[in-house]
Design a protein around this ligand. Structure first.
Ligand SMILES: Cc1cc2nc3c(=O)[nH]c(=O)nc-3n(C[C@H](O)[C@H](O)[C@H](O)COP(=O)(O)OP(=O)(O)OC[C@H]3O[C@@H](n4cnc5c(N)ncnc54)[C@H](O)[C@@H]3O)c2cc1C
Length: 451
């Protein structure tokens, strides 16, 4: 009893003992080389109808959709470093319909599956159309995606999963080991689930696309504009690190794993470190030796999922496998990137022996906003109901973030009823405790799942 009380007490005072620091490590990924030049920060106080905080896919698409649904509204976006500094230009480039977790949970309501699939597939077509509107080619390649079976047991479950998904109207095929080997050029897997509308993008260029779309629609974007504090009220005041204040009746938090640093949603997600590496462009003979004939990106069925893809300029990128958590969300550079890189090196050699000696040209890491269930949340909160948020993409946000950007626009316009079928609407993920319990829980979870 006394121990339980002490634990509750420690959990309550923990944010005072270990206050989170507003750190934003620089994005040194391969994708970041293609990010657009940053806009200057604001030099005087701002007033707007909506202030969006965060210049990743969520914030940029929310700014775009806000202007689409409320064309008279003044929409300002504030990004701490530069657009794409967060997960949006650090990820594994895979653009997925539905979400990976629903692929593996076919018992979920088939009507929900069908709707989610339709929305996510439509979102890919929206991105395709925005390429023409913005003039930004984000290297959208929709030749499908594979979720490959790491074990024989996973492969045995796949026909049943595919049948259920097909019955719900999703065109998912189960492939045998030979089909997978033919398509990917590796015999490391026992089968796979193939979905034809998914694919991949260049994440840095997708950031450029959303930034251009938001600006063309009339949103103002400021970079190098870190918000350090939010004063709530019918009209919110946002204080920036450079002394500027932005005032607005509505704020959109599109701040992903950094959200807790503003004092919000601390208990919704745990930031998990995930690592990625990329080779230089392969020459024609190296490419031929690979045998990745259909150039389909894939992720595997392990809990610590490994994912890989082939870029338009014939680089192989590979990521995942090692998931880490830093005590107190330490967003500083994790010292153990080297160990993760060693794992990715071995994994690449296992999948493609011809690349056993190929160097990595660049490697990086990013933070996944992992919720306990793997599901997102989008909605409205705050004493005055004027703080909108989207969080908990759990490593699957390249496509889905801009669906949530659209939902945020509709919430702002009072049209959220159209999204009431989404279980994520105004429904926060299960509670994640404060330190040290978060660290203990996440480490135990990672250890358990790895085994
Ligand atoms: C290594 C890795 C691999 C991944 N692979 C895939 C994949 O293959 N497919 C997939 O679908 N998803 C993948 N994801 C997940 C996907 O990248 C994310 O879900 C998505 O990018 C989240 O976008 P976001 O805009 O919500 O967050 P972010 O891109 O992180 O943007 C948040 C932004 O807010 C800014 N910000 C935060 N706080 C403040 C503040 N106080 N003031 C001003 N600005 C602030 C940050 O600087 C940042 O730019 C991966 C993620 C990682 C890390």
């Amino acid at each position: 009893m006394a121990v339980g009380g002490a634990a509750l007490g420690l959990n309550a005072i923990s944010p005072g003992i270990w206050p989170e620091r507003p750190l934003f490590g620089l994005n040194r990924s391969h994708w970041a080389r293609a990010l657009p030049a940053p806009n200057p920060p604001p030099t005087r106080d701002l007033d707007a109808d909506f202030v969006v905080i965060g210049g990743g896919f969520t914030g940029l698409s929310a700014a775009y959709y806000l202007r689409q649904v409320l064309p008279q509204a003044k929409v300002v976006l504030l990004e701490a470093v530069r657009c794409g500094n967060g997960a949006s230009a650090r990820n594994g480039a895979m653009l997925q319909t539905s979400t990976e977790d629903t692929y593996m949970e076919p018992d979920v309501d088939p009507v929900f599956h069908r709707r989610l699939y339709a929305v996510t597939r439509d979102n890919i077509e929206r991105i395709r159309r925005l390429q023409a509107v913005t003039g930004v080619d984000c290297e959208l390649d929709t030749r499908g995606a594979l979720q490959v079976a790491f074990t024989q047991r996973d492969a045995q479950a796949m026909p049943r999963i595919a049948a259920k998904l097909r019955a719900a109207g999703l065109p998912v095929d189960d492939w045998g080991a030979e089909d997978v080997a033919q398509a990917l050029g590796t015999r490391a897997y026992h089968g796979g689930l193939y979905e034809p509308a998914s694919g991949q993008v260049h994440p840095g260029k997708l950031v450029a696309l959303w930034k251009r779309a938001a600006e063309l629609s009339g949103a103002e974007i400021y970079e190098g504009a870190a918000v350090t504090a939010v004063d709530e009220g019918p009209r919110l005041s946002l204080h920036l690190a450079n002394g500027i204040t932005a005032r607005s009746p509505h704020v959109v938090l599109a701040t992903n794993v950094y959200t807790s640093r503003l004092g919000y949603l601390r208990a919704a997600v745990a930031p998990i470190v995930n690592h990625v590496a990329i080779t230089p462009p392969l020459g024609p003979s190296e490419l031929a030796a690979l045998g990745w004939s259909r150039r389909i990106p894939f992720n595997d069925s392990r809990t610590n999922v490994v994912y890989a893809g082939l870029t338009r300029d014939n680089r192989v990128h590979i990521g995942g496998g090692v998931e880490q958590y830093e005590f107190d969300d330490g967003l500083a550079d994790p010292a153990d990137h080297g160990a993760a890189l060693g794992f990715l090196r071995r994994e690449l050699a296992r999948l493609y022996p011809s690349l056993a000696d190929a160097p990595f040209e660049r490697s990086w890491w990013g933070f996944v906003d992992m919720s306990v269930t793997g599901a997102s949340s989008v909605g409205r909160m705050g004493r005055h109901g004027n703080i909108l948020y989207a969080i908990g993409l759990s490593g699957q946000g390249v496509n889905f973030t801009s669906v949530l950007g659209r939902v945020l626009g509709d919430i702002a316009a009072g049209k959220e009823r159209g999204w009431s079928w989404l279980p994520y609407l105004n429904h926060l993920p299960p509670y994640v405790p404060n330190e040290p319990f978060r660290w203990l829980g996440v480490e135990a979870g990672i250890g358990l799942l790895s085994r």
